[in-house]
Design a protein around this ligand. Structure first.
Ligand SMILES: *Cc1c(COP(=O)(O)O)cnc(C)c1O
Length: 366
């Protein structure tokens, strides 16, 4: 069975580098925050091309702390896409504010600036755009709407490490960029991890204090804090991964572009990738008439596929209290009903890519 994603191949290939990095942390017992977490912050900020980064315990915390740094709280509204992983919306909820869901564009499947405009109210404080599947959203359009209404824009970059918008890396476009290093993300920890990036060092400074129990100096708590530090072991593992990220991204792009150019079957409907963007293919999504039928077909032919995401955020049970109903975000609902995810990870061989393409081209015939 070809897996949708197989992380063990990377571990086997770079075992020595990973194990040396882990051993160094153990020898110095720099386990929580500390030297290796700090070193990764500097390396990651330099990679993204921002002034500073703050490593945290996961991507959900990165978004949560970004909302805190912007002063989001009870009575506020933050607009988020209905087509995203749920954690984008959680970040807003954790502050006591209300997430307001906007639909996505019919072609790019990313947050729709026109629908965002329609959802702005006097309570709106900002917008979290998500570079979903590794495809940058139309930042300029969102920024224009935000500026004319004095709103912030935060980027959820959890699926888009290294993606380019107008030649610039995502994570430095908005007030802050929020990254996840969950295993399977384009850059990943051996456990949980995340980072907030920004060109505003004031925000990063606030996040450094908040994630560390509200202290700058131990046992002197300036603000209400959290325990959301990045672990030293994860920092060390992430430094190894960062050295390979460009190579992984190049391979993801090569596979993604092969799927786009070599799958010729009108049962598939592909996401469009505007020419001012260079996506990083975190997830290769395609629409099919009947996802469950397609998944079974692929599985019969020893290829594992899955779905991202079967229920759009506004229709999740947890958000019943917000009162959304079917039809409120029709494009996001259509995607939820039709999207399937093809296998894509950097260590896939050309032969495996051939198999996936061949099966897709024969789907409906065999
Ligand atoms: C993975 C993900 C998150 C959450 O990151 P965790 O590290 O799992 O907390 C947030 N937003 C998006 C779009 C994600 O894909």
């Amino acid at each position: 069975m070809l897996k949708r994603i197989d992380l063990s191949r990377d571990y086997i290939r770079h075992k020595k580098e990973y194990e040396e990095a882990i051993e160094a942390v153990c020898k110095e017992t720099a386990f929580s925050g500390g030297k290796y977490a700090d070193r990764f912050d500097r390396e990651f900020a330099e990679y993204i091309g921002v002034k500073a980064a703050s490593g945290v315990n996961n991507g959900t915390s990165a978004l949560h702390l970004a909302m805190n740094a912007l002063g989001v709280g009870e009575g506020d509204e933050v607009i988020v896409p209905a087509n995203t992983y749920i954690a984008t919306a959680w970040a807003v909820v954790y502050t006591g504010a209300t997430p307001v869901f906007a639909d996505c564009c019919e072609d790019t499947w990313e947050i729709d600036a026109e629908d965002v405009s329609r959802k702005i109210s006097p309570q709106t404080k900002g917008i979290i755009g998500v570079h979903l599947y590794g495809q940058p959203f139309d930042f300029d359009a969102i920024k224009k709407t935000a500026d004319s209404n004095r709103l912030f824009v935060v980027e959820d970059c959890a699926q888009a490490h290294g993606a380019l918008y107008n030649g610039k890396m995502v994570g430095g476009l908005g007030e802050m960029g929020c990254f996840s290093f969950y295993p399977g993300k384009n850059l990943y920890a051996f456990g949980e991890g995340g980072s907030v990036t920004s060109n505003n060092t004031g925000y990063i400074d606030m996040i450094n204090v908040m994630k560390n129990q509200g202290c700058r100096t131990r046992y002197y708590h300036e603000v209400i804090g959290y325990n959301m530090r990045l672990e030293g072991l994860q920092g060390a593992v992430l430094s190894v991964g960062l050295r390979h990220l460009d190579e992984w991204t190049a391979r993801r792009r090569a596979i993604g572009h092969r799927y786009l150019s070599e799958i010729h079957n009108d049962r598939f409907d592909m996401q469009s990738h505007p020419s001012n963007t260079d996506p990083v293919f975190h997830l290769f999504e395609t629409k099919v008439p009947d996802p469950e039928d397609f998944l079974q077909y692929m599985s019969r032919h020893e290829v594992e596929c899955n779905r991202h995401y079967p229920v759009p955020c506004h229709l999740q049970k947890a958000f019943d209290y917000l009162g959304y109903k079917k039809g409120d975000c029709p494009n996001a609902e259509h995607l939820a009903e039709h999207c399937v995810t093809l296998p894509l990870f950097p260590e896939m061989t050309d032969e495996e890519v051939d198999i996936v393409i061949d099966l897709c081209n024969k789907y409906g015939e065999i």
